[in-house]
Ligand binder design. Structure first.
Ligand SMILES: Cc1cc2nc3c(=O)[nH]c(=O)nc-3n(C[C@H](O)[C@H](O)[C@H](O)COP(=O)(O)OP(=O)(O)OC[C@H]3O[C@@H](n4cnc5c(N)ncnc54)[C@H](O)[C@@H]3O)c2cc1C
Length: 45
């Protein structure tokens, strides 16, 4: 079902990587893109 699922997440500080990790768990085959306008994403991601 999740085969063609595209997920776009804006923001790579705290909420963004958390959302990406949850999305990966729930939809292992989804294509997930995370956009961050700054130079770094969360060190906890
Ligand atoms: C002074 C201060 C101290 C804090 N101390 C603590 C603490 O000790 N412990 C704690 O748990 N919490 C603390 N917090 C709260 C914590 O920082 C926030 O709850 C948390 O950072 C929220 O994360 P977020 O991902 O929702 O948003 P943000 O951290 O605001 O991240 C949003 C990200 O989205 C990016 N972004 C925005 N627009 C775009 C765009 N158009 N395209 C691409 N990227 C974009 C930004 O560059 C940013 O990286 C503190 C907050 C402040 C202000």
């Amino acid at each position: 079902m999740a085969r063609n699922l595209e997920i776009l997440i804006i923001g790579g500080s705290a909420a963004g990587p958390t959302a990406a990790a949850n999305a990966r768990r729930k939809a292992p085959e989804a294509h997930i893109t995370l956009l961050e306008q700054g130079d770094f994403v969360s060190v906890g991601a």
